[in-house]
Design a protein around this ligand. Sequence first.
Ligand code: AMP
Length: 197
Amino acid sequence: MPLDLLLLGPPGAGKGTQAKRIAGEYGIPQISTGDMLRAAIAARTELGLRVEPILAAGELVPDALIVALIRERLGERDTASGCILDGFPRTIAQAEALDEMLAGIDRRLAVVVELQLTEEEAVRRLLGRAEQEGRTDDTPETIRRRMEVYREQTEPLSAYYLARSILVGVDAGGQIGEVHAAIEDVLERVRAREGGS
Ligand code: AMP
């Protein structure tokens, strides 16, 4: 039974870090649209050139483009046993498209783990990351815009998944290991339930 998971949460909540650990432990690929877009930019592909200014401004790439990217990615063989999504979906339209894509292959999200963090702490972490990693979208202005975009476009996904009874909140304010343990607790419960059904 494939295990399809989603990590939700504001920029800076640690989605990428946590998704990578979960992917390693559960033997399922991490699918990060942000990483895919950054790879396209680095490779100077047509897609990369098109999205570069959008990422630099902290805006969202158009839904149709992102959905096409995910559709193709979900068609790859390594996702047969499931996947952990991080950074997608970011809008209600993307969430609806994902539900349809998964239903089309007779699958559905097993759980949505929301990493919960105050905006203040999220911004503090992003500023720290800006110094360490030099991500071009981690400048103070872009960070402010990304938080706004999150609040306006992505936060409504909590209610969307809550209404489907698959949302679980996890406090992301602690150390990486503590947050990881909390996520694992959730996933073990889900796995027991899915395995038993
Ligand atoms: P991330 O690494 O997930 O923070 O994504 C970095 C940037 O890539 C975002 O600020 C957006 O510009 C773009 N991006 C990543 N995922 C999506 C998505 N699902 N929809 C639209 N834009 C995205």
